[in-house]
Write a protein that binds this ligand. Structure first.
Ligand code: CP3
Length: 356
């Protein structure tokens, strides 16, 4: 499906790919490009009270969003925020333990969450301000991406209270199907409103991160991944927003085809194990594909990285493609490895002082 927005040669490369164009070279950006792999991010981070305060400070968050754009000739920026800002805006306690990751307080009653849906978008207005600031500073040929976590992935954190193997969340889903469905519906509604706000504030594409789409049987995947994603896209479209969507059902395996057939997204982000043929099949079915480079290979570097970059470029050159990773940049990834891949894909030189 192509974007309703018409494109021209001045349209940012990322948006041309998402509109279904096959380009002479793919646009490139990296999942989790803003963050701990950059020393200037780590320096900025020391100035914030905590990670959540950082995300809600438009000046600092805009700076973090722009840092990788200054270093590398990337085709898109992704707003600096987090998928766990939504549960916090809905009234669940969320904090980040240094070196351990996210922690959440007890899951509120569904009725209590429902009462907060309307107010939640206003509590996230600082992210809209970050987007407007970044859009004002970014060159017109570079696109700005907004995002949210997908309902099931966010629900796993809300149910378990931390990052985990999601066994407790899956068990909860089987034992309390009505509660889970009601929770997913709260998240569909609050997320759709949040994404509408982001598009109005300057996001030119919207990404839905379903980081934990793995290990779900086909019918469960349909109910807790495909249907909620579909309802989000439909609600955002019903609000008059026409920007393209990228869906990232990480770990879906063969069910990626079900996802692409069932969710009206323009782009599908593929994880590390996606096959060349799976990607080509999606391209033939009208989707722009993104991803698949192993984030550990980016960190490892060397001839294996160079070879895989060539392979990805070649295997997907026949259709719309966005060059990206299969998951986020690891914090200890050498900057020289990122610079090398960006140079290869864009044909542009990264200044020496920016590549180390
Ligand atoms: O991509 C970007 O550069 C934009 C910013 C961004 C962050 N988180 C900043 C962040 C994005 C797009 C996310 C998405 C996110 N957050 C996901 C989905 C993508 C994925 O990786 O699967 C998930 C599952 C989260 C939840 C989350 N936030 C976890 C599990 C953690 C701790 C561990 C980790 O991966 O860092 C965070 C913290 C977080 N989010 C940091 C950053 C820069 C590190 C916090 C710090 O600087 O102290």
């Amino acid at each position: 499906m192509s974007s309703p927005e018409p494109t021209s040669p001045e349209t940012p490369r990322l948006l041309r790919a998402l509109a279904g164009e096959t380009l002479e070279r793919p646009p490139i950006w990296f999942m989790r490009q803003a963050g701990r792999s950059l020393p200037e991010y780590r320096e900025l981070r020391t100035r914030a009270k905590d990670f959540i305060a950082f995300c809600h400070d438009p000046e600092m968050a805009a700076e973090a969003t722009l840092q990788p754009m200054r270093r590398f000739p990337l085709d898109a920026a992704i707003v600096f925020a987090d998928i766990l800002l939504i549960p916090r805006a809905l009234g669940q306690e969320v904090w980040f333990e240094a070196g351990e990751g996210p922690r959440l307080g007890p899951l509120p009653e569904i009725a209590a969450l429902e009462r907060e849906i309307e107010a939640s978008t206003g509590r996230l207005s600082s992210i809209g301000e970050t987007l407007s600031r970044v859009r004002g500073e970014l060159e017109p040929e570079r696109a700005l991406i907004g995002f949210a976590g997908a309902p099931w992935t966010v629900a796993t954190y809300m149910i378990e209270g931390k990052g985990s193997n999601r066994e407790a969340a899956r068990t909860f889903a089987y034992q309390n199907p009505e509660v889970l469905d009601a929770l997913l519906e709260v998240l569909v509604e609050s997320t759709a409103r949040y994404l509408v706000m982001q598009a109005r504030a300057g996001a030119q594409a919207l990404k839905i991160f379903e980081s934990w789409a793995e290990q779900l049987a086909e019918d469960v995947f349909e109910r807790i991944v495909i249907q909620p994603h579909r309802r989000i896209v439909e609600r955002v479209r019903a609000a008059g927003v026409t920007v393209p969507f990228i869906g990232f059902p990480r770990g879906a395996g063969a069910l990626v085809d079900n996802y692409a057939a069932g969710v009206p997204v323009e782009g599908v982000a593929l994880d590390t194990q996606a096959s060349a043929e799976q990607g080509r099949r999606l391209q033939r079915n009208g989707k722009c594909i993104q991803g698949a480079l192993d984030n550990l290979l980016l960190r490892a570097g060397g001839p294996a990285l160079d070879a895989r970059v060539e392979q990805i470029l070649e295997q997907w050159e026949g259709g719309p493609h966005i060059f990206n990773l299969g998951h986020g940049v690891m914090p200890d990834t050498p900057i020289a490895h990122i610079a090398r891949v960006v140079e290869r894909v864009t044909g542009k030189k990264v200044a020496a002082e920016m590549a180390a």
